[in-house]
Design a protein around this ligand. Structure first.
Ligand code: PLP
Length: 390
């Protein structure tokens, strides 16, 4: 855990991205935070040290990253973890056997896998709800519900949840409100400002932005919650190494620039796809035809580069995927390079087929992570790919 530098709060997003949480190294003046590649720290005498004892608990490179992301999210304390899943797993250790977690339908595929196949065995209960309708959340609040966890926009269907409305319901019932902000990033959406208690990320995606590490982070703005999470972080130990922390910190310096480029490309490509396929087959919250466009525009300041399209059949999906060249077939998202993915057989293969069908993750669904290449080149690539289908 690291607490933000309060003086960073006078700056807005882009300046925080570049500077927040970092100061030149006091021993050398190094402008960039060094990679403190050490497991332990010399102690001056019994019970006397420089604030660092063992690197599972604290590492200066990790601290700079934690302060940087916490300040971007508008929180006070940040926590870095070894992966997005390691982050969710550590957050879930706040709860105990008999507690119930109300969870959004259509989360990242690994999240229900962790919940249903591991944490349910330890006595946590999970209820899945379509959180696009806050009334359904209110109706599902039983006395044992201790947390509500949502993702917005969702992966891969780009469903939008009203953060303020669901946050108010969670608060009324004394439940923690937890938000996966991986898709929107703090550049476009800051859930803590809408009532969230914990916001978390897979930093593997946009925060790192260069597809060269796996990591996660969480941010809170409550001192007690921060102390409990720090205890879990140190006790359970799902922490990142200093080099991976440094790579994310390098990434967040350009987060505001990259997100603007992803957003500009995303809007253009979604527009082209909507003309080609029809509005109802393109899932992108920036399109006026998206069922929750107005809500998205209210709680987000941009829509980013994630677009899903319904091509009607696995054969059509396969043809388009095979004819793309600039979009590489791969899992993951949020890097500078464009990727294409087939959720039913890739990211969401662990979701049982009947649940996939109920959610609408069909065999014809294709997800694009639009990178920051030149839009004309990406559009030419997509146009060529679509020449293969009727
Ligand atoms: C990738 C992802 C995760 C899991 O993070 P890892 O870093 O892969 O463990 C969680 N949520 C969302 C929205 C993701 O895209």
């Amino acid at each position: 855990m690291s607490r933000i530098f309060d003086e960073d709060l006078k700056f807005s997003c882009g300046t925080r991205a570049v500077h927040a949480g970092q100061r030149p190294d006091p021993t050398t003046g190094a402008i960039m935070t060094p990679i403190f590649q050490t497991s332990t720290y010399a102690q001056e005498a019994l019970g006397r040290n420089k604030g660092y004892e063992y690197a599972r608990g604290k590492n200066p490179t990790r601290e700079a990253l934690e302060r940087n992301i916490a300040s971007l999210e508008g929180g006070t304390h940040g926590f870095a973890f070894a992966s997005g899943m390691g982050t969710i797993d550590s957050i879930m250790k706040l709860f105990k056997s008999g507690d119930r977690i109300l969870c959004a339908d259509n989360m990242y595929g690994g999240t229900p896998r962790l919940f249903d196949r591991i944490l349910a065995n330890l006595g946590l209960g999970f209820t899945y709800v379509d959180t696009r309708d806050p009334q359904r959340v209110a109706d599902a609040m039983t006395p044992d519900v201790k947390a509500v966890i949502v993702e917005t926009p969702t992966n891969p269907l780009m469903w939008i949840t009203d953060l303020a409305a669901v946050g108010a319901i969670a608060k009324r019932h004394g439940a923690l409100f937890i938000v996966d902000n991986t898709f929107a990033t703090p550049v476009f959406q800051r859930p803590l400002e809408h009532g969230a208690d914990i916001v978390f990320h897979s930093t593997t995606k946009y925060l790192n932005g260069h597809s060269d590490m796996v990591g996660g982070c969480a941010v809170v703005n409550d001192d007690d919650l921060a102390a409990r999470l720090q205890f879990i972080l140190n006790a359970a130990g799902a922490v990142p190494g200093p080099f991976d922390a440094w790579l994310v910190l390098r990434g967040t310096k350009t987060l505001h620039l990259r997100m603007a480029a992803h957003d500009a490309n995303g809007r253009r490509i979604a527009g082209w796809l909507a003309q080609r396929l029809g509005d109802e087959r393109v899932y992108y919250p920036g399109l006026a035809s998206h069922p929750h466009h107005a809500l998205a525009a209210r709680q987000m300041s941009g829509f980013g580069g994630m677009i899903s399209i319904e091509l009607g059949s696995r054969a059509a999906a396969e043809t388009v995927i095979n004819r793309l060249h600039l979009f590489t077939l791969a899992e993951s998202l949020g890097g500078v390079e464009s990727l294409v993915c087939h959720p039913a057989t890739m990211t969401h293969a662990s979701v049982p087929p009947e649940r996939r069908a109920r959610l609408g993750i069909s065999d014809g669904l294709v997800r694009l992570s639009v990178g920051v290449e030149d839009a004309e080149d990406l559009l030419n690539d997509i146009e060529h790919a679509f020449q293969g289908v009727a």
